[in-house]
Design a protein around this ligand. Structure first.
Ligand SMILES: *Cc1c(COP(=O)(O)O)cnc(C)c1O
Length: 405
């Protein structure tokens, strides 16, 4: 038996991780509003607003556009499961932990075959390798992560769309780390399935995976000979709730939908272009600051660097965990370590959604510098903050408190 469990009092952290990001106070307020039943007519109207806003954020008119009741990984699973049938082949571009997850899930899809086209951590997958791998084969879809969060790499969607067209394949894009943080236009890029996560650049609580599915995919699903192997993630039946019927499929996470609604409203209030620019300016300042401290960025080519997640090489002799613990203890700042091949080698700093603020960048750089000095790293004192301030000046952006400044 548990005795004397105190009131829940989480520490006030600044989450500069690759998700979750901090949330705007308005999103917390929406999260804490009273429940309304999911069969209530008011609820049915309200979710219509969520869909309209999601379509604007994804930039699509797709009928099937809704948040799945699952974290970002649920978006991967839903995409893969709805497309693959026994005997199908797909290609997954695997250049890190999350894109590899898509391959792992496809591996488990009954009777399906996965061709992995790989690139090392920190690099893009070469579209020519995808072309070669799919040549002469019937490929159901090409899947990739727009932003590979485990290494901080972004990939140019048009390159993979072109190859998928040549192979007659659908294009499935994991935009968990990128939607609402960097330019992404589902219609223009002709993405067949695109999904994201609520807790990254959208800055809603974790637990929802916004997804959009185009008419071409609907045709493919209708032509299936076997039922989708997952009941919960079967796209079409979920439309009984999100489509015109508005009837029961499963009980959705109502409070999370409230919070997502407010977060999407804030995305559109700021404007996609302004939001992308804010993310870019803050990342440029962070990069300038890290380099100003004499640190090396893990992704060698600046063009390949993901704006929402910056990976930096841990200086030799420095204890990864000790530094991160000290940042937590002394500054309430959380950053992430590496996964898979990059474990112990890199730190990953997320500047996503509400966390992407210039004051956060400067605070983090000052904190990291202090902690690294404590840990015996020799660096030019003040170099990080000075370089970041310079970067903001260059971008014509004054340093002011507030998410949207
Ligand atoms: C975070 C992330 C995921 C996984 O999302 P969860 O919400 O943790 O399930 C998948 N893909 C990418 C690119 C991510 O950044």
């Amino acid at each position: 038996m548990i005795e004397n469990v105190g009131e829940l009092l989480p520490p006030a952290r600044l989450m500069l991780t690759p998700g979750p990001s901090n949330m705007d106070p308005r999103v917390y307020r929406a999260l804490a509003t009273p429940l309304v039943g999911h069969m209530d007519p008011w609820f049915n109207e309200m979710i219509g607003d969520v869909q309209v806003m999601l379509r604007q954020v994804f930039q699509t008119q797709n009928r099937i556009t809704y948040p799945i009741s699952a974290s970002g990984s649920g978006g991967i699973e839903a995409s893969v499961m709805n497309l693959l049938e026994p005997g199908d082949e797909c290609i997954v571009c695997s250049n890190g932990w999350f894109s590899e997850r898509m391959a792992v899930i496809a591996d488990r899809s009954p009777g399906a075959k996965v061709i992995r086209v790989t690139a090392p951590y920190g690099r893009k997958v070469d579209p020519d390798d995808v072309r070669r791998a799919g040549k002469g084969k019937k490929i159901k879809f090409v899947g990739l992560a727009h932003g590979e969060t485990s290494s901080g790499v972004v990939q140019n969607l048009a390159d993979y769309r072109k190859v998928a067209d040549e192979l007659g394949a659908l294009l499935v894009v994991d935009a968990v780390a990128t939607l609402a943080g960097i330019p992404l236009n589902v219609e223009k890029e002709r993405i067949d399935i695109c999904f994201s996560g609520s807790q990254k650049a959208i800055s809603a609580p974790p637990g929802m995976s916004p997804i959009t599915v185009n008419a071409r995919v609907e045709e493919v699903i209708k032509a299936r000979k076997t039922p989708v192997a997952s009941w919960y993630f079967d796209f079409m039946p979920i439309m009984t709730m999100w489509g015109s019927e508005r009837s029961y499929h499963h009980t959705p996470p109502i409070s999370l939908i409230f919070a997502l609604r407010e977060a999407l409203r804030l995305v559109l209030e700021e404007g996609l272009e302004a939001r992308w620019k804010r993310h870019k300016n803050n990342q440029m300042a962070l990069v300038a600051g890290l380099e100003g401290m004499g640190l090396d960025l893990f992704v060698p080519d600046p063009a390949d660097r993901l704006v929402t997640v910056t990976s930096v090489t841990i200086p030799s002799g420095v204890d990864d965990k000790k530094v991160r613990q000290q940042l937590l203890d002394e500054f309430n700042i959380e950053i992430a370590g590496g996964f898979g091949d990059a474990k112990g080698k890199i730190w990953r700093v997320g500047l996503m959604g509400y966390s992407s603020q210039n004051t956060n960048v400067l605070l983090f750089l000052a904190a990291l510098e202090k902690v690294l000095l404590d840990n015996g790293v020799r660096l030019p004192a003040g170099g990080g903050v000075a370089a970041a301030v310079q970067s903001y000046r260059h971008a014509g952006q004054p340093v002011m408190a507030g998410a949207n400044k």
